[in-house]
Design a protein around this ligand. Structure first.
Ligand SMILES: [Zn+2]
Length: 314
């Protein structure tokens, strides 16, 4: 770790510290997911933890500092579908989705121990393990909500394998659907001692960030990096180097972080996507700035990490 003026402590080695929402220490026990007796046994243990999700929001205790709060199977027996997340030591964790209730009913069911909030609003301040666990639960809840019907025949699906499979209920089809994660590449474009940051039209005021985009079928990650940089900024890149990745279940992505070295500094923005873009030196990114004219991406994002790592190298 190094201290960088204007940025604070940053990691010099991209793999030395996991990104936010990554590095979850949990035994997912995939081999036991179809063992119904084992799963029901865990749900009968009073200390088993239930991670509630409501319409994409996670339960956060707000009595003091924001923190993840759980209910135990002893406090509250979940009805409906539950998803086995895994074991941390001797404690089992399950996710359940309360989206069919209205917010007040859902929070009342949980004895008022917390409120449902967007994980992104507290992700940077709650502890990293809790953030990763809540992200995992949120990602699976979203997948269940969007795969209630079979994409092949249209019949309803049912949860199987402790929530890690949705099986088509039509016996003539019976396809099993598995949780999906959409790969997205995110890249800091550099040219010697400058990096390229841009403003998407949807960004909050002043925020400048790296370029990013989804990987398309038939593309390698390197192809996707080069295509996105060319499409969005009109920049040709040569060397593309993998840095690190980050689960980003907002709603269903994994962000694959790269650095891409441009072959020249000329650029031409895609005006439908980007409203501005510019090359920045390390010194410019270290200098204190007006928050309303320039700010870095959110601290829990891999975009921020890619920028900080690069600044720390200079
Ligand atoms: Zn089907």
């Amino acid at each position: 770790l190094r201290w960088v003026a204007g940025l604070g402590i940053v990691a010099a080695d991209p793999m030395a510290t996991p990104n936010f929402y990554a590095g979850l220490v949990l035994d997912r026990m995939a081999e036991r997911r179809r063992d119904d007796e084992f799963i029901l046994g865990l749900l009968a243990v009073p200390t088993t933890c239930i991670v509630p999700v409501w319409r994409g929001f996670n339960l956060i205790g707000t009595d003091s500092e924001p923190r993840a709060v759980f209910v135990t199977a002893g406090q509250w027996r979940p009805g409906g579908e539950v998803t086995f997340l895994g074991m941390a030591g001797t404690t089992a964790y399950f996710a359940t989705d309360l989206s069919s209730l209205d917010q007040r009913e859902a929070e009342a069911r949980l004895a008022g121990i917390g409120q449902f909030v967007d994980l992104r609003s507290v992700g940077p301040v709650i502890d990293r393990q809790s953030g990763a666990l809540l992200a995992y639960a949120r990602g699976l809840a979203h997948w269940h909500a969007r795969h209630r019907f079979c994409g092949a025949c249209g019949a309803p699906t049912v949860s199987r394998a402790a929530g890690h499979v949705r099986a088509c209920a039509n016996p003539a089809c019976a396809i099993e659907h598995f949780p999906r994660t959409d790969p997205a590449v995110i890249m800091l474009v550099t040219h010697h001692d400058q990096c390229f940051l841009a403003r998407n039209r949807r960004f909050p005021g002043g925020m400048h960030s790296t370029l990013a985009g989804f990987v398309e079928p038939g593309e390698s990650l390197e192809d996707a990096v080069a295509r996105e940089v060319r499409e969005e900024a009109g920049i040709a890149v040569g060397d593309v180097t993998y840095r690190s990745s980050q689960p980003w279940p907002f709603p269903a992505s994994i962000m694959l972080g790269f650095r891409a070295e441009a072959t020249a500094t000329a650029f031409a923005l895609d005006a439908d996507e980007l409203e501005s873009g510019a090359w920045f030196t390390r010194a410019e990114l270290r200098a204190p700035r007006q928050a309303d004219s320039f700010r870095l991406p959110r601290p829990d994002s891999i975009a921020r990490r890619l920028i900080e790592d690069w600044v720390a190298e200079g």
